[in-house]
Design a protein. Structure first.
Length: 105
């Protein structure tokens, strides 16, 4: 992986379940790590669901290997949120991760 291609600062966020003052479950997101990455859009589509126009943008986020990243986390990049769909440890060498992501609408 060439470091010059890692030109976007992304934040990997992890979900935290807490109870609010009423005792209800509440989901918050906190920073797990930030790293430099290459963000590449792969496709986009729009469709009609429940009489509302929905859009889905999928992409790939490439970064240096970082242990502990799971599909329960998300990427925050430039105030855009991407759910992690799958994680590829390139050649299982612990040098590079490729995250397949889907942007939240």
């Amino acid at each position: 992986m060439l470091g010059g291609r890692l030109n976007h600062k992304v934040v990997i966020e992890q979900r935290t379940e807490t109870k609010n003052t009423l005792g209800e479950d509440e989901t918050t997101w906190s920073t797990y790590k930030w790293t430099w990455a290459q963000v590449s859009p792969l496709s986009g589509k729009e469709y009609l669901a429940n009489n509302e126009l929905q859009s889905v943008v999928t992409g790939r986020v490439s970064m240096r290997y970082l242990s502990g990243v799971t599909v329960d986390m998300r990427i925050n990049w430039d105030n855009r949120i991407f759910d992690i769909i799958s994680i590829i440890n390139t050649e299982e060498r612990n040098r590079e991760l490729i995250l397949m992501v889907e942007e939240q609408s």
